[in-house]
Design a protein around this ligand. Sequence first.
Ligand code: UD1
Ligand code: MG
Length: 451
Amino acid sequence: MSRPTLAVILAAGEGTRMKSSLPKVLHAIAGRSMLAHVLASVKQAGITDAAVVVGPGREDVAKVAQKELPGCAVFTQVERKGTGHAVLAAKEALADGKDIIVLYADTPLVRPQSIETLKAALADGASVAVLGFHAADPTGYGRLIVEGDALTAIVEEKDATPQQKAVGFCNGGLMALSGEHGLALLEAIGNANAKGEYYLTDAAEIAHRRGLRAVARPIAEEEVQGVNDRLQLAAAEAVMQSRLRAAAMRDGVTMTAPETVFLSHDTRIGNDVVIEPNCWFGPGVTIESGAVIHAFSHLEGAHVGSGASVGPFARLRPGADLAEEVKIGNFVEVKAASVERGAKISHLSYIGDARVGAEANIGAGTITCNYDGYLKHRTDIGAGVFVGSNSALVAPVTIGDNANIGAGSVITRDVPADALAVARGRQVGIDGWAKTYRAKKKAEKAAKTKG
Ligand code: UD1
Ligand code: MG
């Protein structure tokens, strides 16, 4: 039986280096806020009980937290007096003796397994457990002072002696505290240090001095890299993207140039899907087995059925729902439309707020005129319909099954099944007209240049 655990997520940082009007922890990687990534890892580690500590007036952060982990408690740290102080802002939630795992909302790459490692350390008898990594550059990190198996102290950069600074084993930032001793350890933290802050990390030394066990477990540096500015945001994005691509490829997706494909945290791709270079996936995309996404396509909130072909240069916007074997060709935009089995929209079209029936063929340049400047309207295109090139379908309008629309038509009225609708000026033909015209114009020009 796993012990009851509370996750405390610190999200009260000001994030000044982001130079943003958006709170740092709400900046997104792979289509989801950093805070939501951390909460998702917490959830995946089997923890449902969480407290998020936010800065004053940060209802926006609280809202995201509650959406991602319904029922999580939100506490405000009124003054920023350090990480130890921030955890105690959630004191009410800590009071009932559950194990505590502290995470930072600006450290979004932590995997659920690492949270489980910390839980296991507590179950093993530790009162304090942290995750340590060998830093490429330890500057700025707390140094882990280890004697044998025991973590005797964590010394922050500003308080470290030259000898301690030489230690390369650094604190990843997460900390687990046992339910039995956690609150007492947190309350024993003082602020007699270089920054005058209450350091969460002091809990390790206090535990050690009290004869309790504190331990450090190893973690890869990549997982604990934090985000303080836009450069680090891009670095975290890169790590997340390579994880998502690797997971997709392991699941049987072919990517010719994976480094040019950008996925969302929730992109779902079936096996034997081929994704050509330079494709972008926003949140909410599902691709079924055997579909091909050709180069330079942009998808968001869309479903692509099995065996379908999309792009190159296609745009699927939210609500695009393509059934099996559908073909969406180059420079085609589809929004809030279901395209039924085997239908083809091969070139240069906009299909929005519509249904396209099975096996329909939508000619190049077809536009559903869905907006009258005030409201959106639907276009319903039946099965087997043939729409000639460069037609405008002015919604609301219904084209019955197997009807034919002449090229260049502007369709404003419903078309019955099996009918032909042509709505364009009738062609006029005058034999010899062009020859007469040329002769007349040449003569006019000659007369002018002489005079
Ligand atoms: C912290 C650790 C350090 C570790 C490093 C890993 C402490 C004292 N030090 O240092 O050992 O190596 O992380 O990245 O914990 N926060 C609040 N309220 C506060 C202060 C901080 O909510 O009053 C939040 C911040 O928004 C941030 C997190 O706590 O998300 C960590 O604070 P930060 O100031 O970044 O700590 P570091 O100096 O990086
Ligand atoms: Mg930091």
